[in-house]
Write a protein that binds this ligand. Structure first.
Ligand code: ASP
Length: 437
């Protein structure tokens, strides 16, 4: 049994919805559909969710919110007319206006895109709608509440043979709405898949899957056909994105594979995200390359640092006290490098330098900005010799490596290079490691 989530571009207008419904009907195992709000129909179009945030901003600041709300209403009216369905949208919008007049709520308004799209699609499909407001819950700290959600959602889904579920939001307290962060319908889909122990969680989007490298740097990057949850986590942490980052946890815990599919090319292989590779999948060293810019390297040097117990702990404490988290921390006998995000460091760099100086008396301390981190990720990285080739490729391209970290359960090698060499490094790695991917 399959839970299929469709993203905003895959449901942007009546044609897209018809296409999604055809996909759904193509396989009777697709029993539950999780939907996003209508997304962009063309480049300059505005997503329904963004229009709803505009409605909120206007209402909150005492401005006229009706123009933006009318655009939302017109979009749904157009979809309903094109799909030829009966739905009292006037009444729905009267209720929304009444809520705004009472007190505008940002999350409530944002959620109406998914809510109305689920209503429309449920009417078109003839499947019942399960409202996430009564089946997915958030706690008082606005975090997803597993314990409250699963029994209720499971019961509601099991009772219905088929259902349409709006993504992105749930209920909080009495009668309030809370949303996940942007793109959160992916998370709803994963939660729904886990609730009913689906065999597969399908995530229908507008691309063929996860790419082996950033297409802005490597236009010819290929789709990864199979990838492990662990590889996905590392790649998305390093900037590769195709789904909301909280999507993996619910399905991974339940051992449910994720299948990323393209609604404009439903027969394409897509990307399968699994815990262990099936036997027929060819073993390869590297799955993909991802990277981010905007890091700084805090370099500390002190003779005999190695015998000073607690030196590293004190450095990290001082950084942490300023709310800065560290990404990597390679050390040698007398030097220590701490890689941190530059925007985090910016509001407290002088204080950190001074406090380390006063407390630990290093011989030299300085910050090097403009660092990029590039990760090469693959379950087979350590036993295929790929790690050695990574360094060789970068050296051959005459790029100076600022740091190498390869201590992550034999899954990932991270190199730091000057930001100005970022694209060149990704290109060199891609060309040099093609046959490992
Ligand atoms: N509609 C929401 C957004 O645009 C959630 C989603 O599409 O996943 O962020």
């Amino acid at each position: 049994m399959i839970v299929a989530k469709f993203g905003g571009t895959s449901l942007a207008d009546a044609d897209a919805i018809r296409n999604a419904v055809n996909i759904l009907r193509d396989n009777p195992e697709r029993k539950y559909m999780v939907v996003s709000a209508p997304g962009k129909r063309f480049g300059e179009d505005i997503k329904v969710t963004d229009l709803l945030y505009q409605v909120y901003e206007a209402a909150e600041n005492g401005r006229d919110y009706m123009p933006a709300l009318r655009l939302v209403q017109e979009r749904f009216e157009q979809i309903a007319a094109d799909l030829d369905i009966e739905l009292d949208l006037d009444r729905e919008f009267e209720m929304i206006i009444a809520r705004i007049e009472e007190k505008p709520s940002r999350d409530y308004l944002a959620s109406r895109g998914e809510y109305l799209n689920a209503k429309v699609i449920s009417a078109y499909l003839g499947w019942p709608m399960i409202d996430a407001a009564n089946t997915i819950f958030f706690d008082s700290r606005r975090r997803f509440d597993e314990a409250a959600t699963y029994p209720v959602l499971r019961r509601a889904m099991r009772r219905a043979e088929h259902a349409v579920i709006p993504g992105f939001y749930g209920g909080i307290g009495r009668d309030e709405i809370c949303t996940f962060s942007r793109g959160g319908s992916d998370v709803t889909g994963a939660i729904a898949a886990r609730a009913v122990k689906a065999d597969v969680y399908e995530n229908w989007t507008d691309v063929n899957g996860l790419l082996t490298a950033d297409p802005r740097v490597i236009p010819e990057a290929k789709t990864m056909e199979w990838i492990s949850y662990r590889e996905l986590r590392e790649l998305s942490y390093m900037g590769a994105s195709v789904m909301h980052e909280d999507t993996v946890l619910p399905v991974r815990t339940a051992g449910i594979p994720i299948h990323i599919c393209n609604s404009s090319d439903p027969s394409a292989h897509g990307t399968w995200i699994v815990s262990g590779m099936p036997d027929h999948v060819k073993k390869r060293g590297i799955s993909g390359i991802a990277g981010k810019t905007g890091f700084s390297n805090l370099q500390i040097e002190k003779v005999m640092m190695n015998v000073e117990i607690g030196f590293g702990a004190s450095v990290l404490r001082i950084i942490a006290e300023h709310g800065v988290s560290f990404e990597h921390m390679p050390t040698s006998m007398e030097t220590m490098s701490v890689l941190v995000s530059t925007p985090q460091l910016d509001h407290c760099r002088d204080e950190i330098l001074k406090e380390i100086d006063d407390e630990l008396h290093p011989d030299r301390i300085f910050i090097e900005d403009g660092i990029a981190l590039i990760a090469v990720v693959g379950e087979g990285i350590s036993n295929t010799g790929a790690a050695a080739r990574i360094l060789q490729v970068i050296a051959d391209a005459d790029i100076s490596i600022r740091m190498v970290d390869a201590s992550f359960g034999e899954l990932i090698v991270i190199v730091a290079v000057p930001e100005t060499d970022y694209q060149r490094t990704v290109r060199a790695l891609y060309d040099g490691l093609k046959k490992d991917m």
